[in-house]
Structures are given as structure tokens and as C-alpha cells.
Design a protein. Structure first.
Length: 266
């Protein structure tokens, strides 16, 4: 493959590249991401990086998985930060490969801060974030004239002892699309609070699981039926929750440019 030349800074030994791998389909990897991955001596990667993308890493690169340990505990963030610094200081070109975009719910900012604090140069390579790519593959436009004038990406993840700290009233506009990342566990609270804030329980809503991957699943319903859809289809992460009228703009079977055929239920 001929990759266009670039005037960007070269990736040299002793540096780290925080690279966004997108949500799974290797076709969505940017040329810049591919170029950086191809030069990596060490690839430190997450559980959300698809096996098709891992197949693109250099055969002689050292692979370090920091998704989950045997005991199902992830490598703590402090440990990942230190790993990046240690590998860079040993003179390697280190690729920190992350699902989606490193700066969208990916803790890429924290990693970059730690690297800079430790005098390690750091490249940031954006990736396609799940909300953008997965909705496209599910035939859902994030905005649509007269139907949705804004779009909010929001995390449904709570800290261990915390509550969901979300300004619910700011999500009440019926012409706003809301996309929750990491929201499966807290979905009952999300639904309750959105309804309290004024969203109709008949607001169209969708679950997109393993978006852009060959086994992508898409389930459409309403705010009211989302909990049932999760139970019926045994929905687990990685899943996006999309709420808003845009969910019903298309029947995705009408669109021919979607990567994969997916399951869909009203
Ligand atoms: C820790 S966040 C990482 C987000 C990532 N940095 C991005 O920009 O897409 C993980 C969450 O992203 C969403 N996600 C990532 N990849 C996905 C996919 N292929 N399909 C559906 N949701 C996905 C899910 O909500 C998942 O729980």
C-alpha cells in the first residue's frame, strides 16, 4: 500500500504515540494511525482494539496487553502510565493503541500528561470515536435537519462509590441526540432521570453492541423499552446507547453503505 508522505514530526526511539484504533473495523483506521503502528517496537493495547487491527501490527513488535489480567482486574492506570515511560526510556518507539479516539473517554489525556511530566515526547493520533462510527454503521445520523440540532456524548460510568453525576436537565431538549458510552450498567438510572427531566418515554432509542464489527448488533425501541431490550438480548459492553428522534430517520436496511449486516429489532 502506498501511504501518502507526511510533513509531520517523525516517530523516533524513546517516544510514545497515543494512537486511536477506532471502534473495530480496520477500514476505519486512519493512514496516520497505520503509519505509527507500523513503526512501533512495543504495542501496548486495550481490550477494545479488535483482532483485525492487531493483525496489522509488525510481527516483531513486543505486544503488551493491558486490558484485563487473569483475575479480571485491569492493569491500573498508574501501572499503564509507568509502563509507557519505562518502555520509552529503554529507547523503544512505543505505540499506545486504544479503542476509538484516545481523547474521548479513553484516558489519553492523563497518559499524555504523565508522559510530558516525565520528559517523554508524545504524539497524539486521533481515531474514530465509537459514537460517530457505530451510529453510521447502524444507519443513524447523529444530527438531522429539523430533527436534531445538537448531539451530546456522555459517560454512564460511575466511580466505585459514586453516583451518576450528570446535568440531566441539559439533556431534556427533544431535538438533541444523546449518546451514552459505558451506560449499560446504569441504564435504569439513565432512563429514569431522562424521563424526570422531561424526555418522553416514547423517545426513539437504540443499543449498538460491538459496532462496526462483523458481529455488530443493533436494537431499536424507545426509552421505555430499552431496559427490556437489554434483558432480552443479554446486552453487555461494548455497547452505545443512542437516544433521540434520529434513531428512526432510516431503516438501516435502506442504506447500502453500511459495513456489515446487523441484527435489528423494533
Ligand atoms: C472506555 S470507553 C472508550 C471510548 C473510546 N475511546 C472511543 O472513542 O470510542 C468504552 C466504551 O465505548 C463504547 N464503545 C467502544 N467501542 C465500541 C463498539 N465497537 N461498539 C459499541 N460501543 C463501543 C462503549 O460504550 C464502551 O463501553
Amino acid at each position: 500500500m502506498n501511504i501518502p508522505s507526511t510533513t509531520k514530526q517523525p516517530f523516533v526511539a524513546g517516544e510514545v504515540a497515543l494512537v486511536g484504533a477506532g471502534p473495530g473495523d480496520p477500514d476505519l483506521l486512519t493512514l496516520q494511525a497505520f503509519r505509527m503502528i507500523s513503526q512501533g517496537d512495543v504495542i501496548i493495547y486495550d481490550r477494545l482494539v479488535s483482532k483485525e487491527i492487531m493483525a496489522l501490527v509488525p510481527q516483531d513488535a513486543e505486544l503488551v496487553y493491558v486490558g484485563k489480567k487473569q483475575a479480571e482486574h485491569r492493569v491500573p492506570q498508574d501501572g499503564i502510565n509507568q509502563l509507557l515511560v519505562d518502555h520509552a526510556k529503554s529507547g523503544k518507539r512505543v505505540v499506545r493503541l486504544k479503542g476509538g479516539d484516545p481523547f474521548v473517554f479513553g484516558r489519553g489525556g492523563e497518559e499524555a500528561q504523565f508522559l510530558l511530566k516525565n520528559d517523554v515526547a508524545c504524539h497524539i493520533v486521533p481515531g474514530m470515536t465509537a459514537a460517530s462510527a457505530c451510529t453510521s454503521y447502524a444507519g443513524i445520523p447523529l444530527t438531522h435537519r429539523n430533527i436534531s440540532r445538537s448531539c451530546t456524548f456522555i459517560t454512564g460510568h460511575v466511580q466505585e462509590d459514586g453516583e451518576l453525576d450528570i446535568p440531566w436537565n441539559a439533556l431534556s431538549d427533544e431535538k438533541q441526540t444523546v449518546v451514552f458510552y459505558m451506560g449499560v450498567k446504569t441504564l435504569p438510572t439513565i432512563i429514569e432521570q431522562l424521563e424526570k427531566a422531561g424526555r418522553s418515554d416514547q423517545t426513539p432509542a437504540a443499543l449498538i453492541r460491538k459496532g462496526t464489527r462483523p458481529d455488530q448488533e443493533v436494537y431499536k425501541g424507545t426509552l421505555h423499552s430499552l431496559n427490556d431490550l437489554v434483558k432480552i438480548h443479554d446486552i453487555k459492553p461494548p455497547t452505545l446507547i443512542v437516544i433521540g428522534e434520529v434513531v428512526n430517520v432510516f431503516d438501516e436496511k435502506q442504506l447500502t453503505n453500511i459495513g456489515y449486516v446487523s441484527t435489528s429489532t423494533q
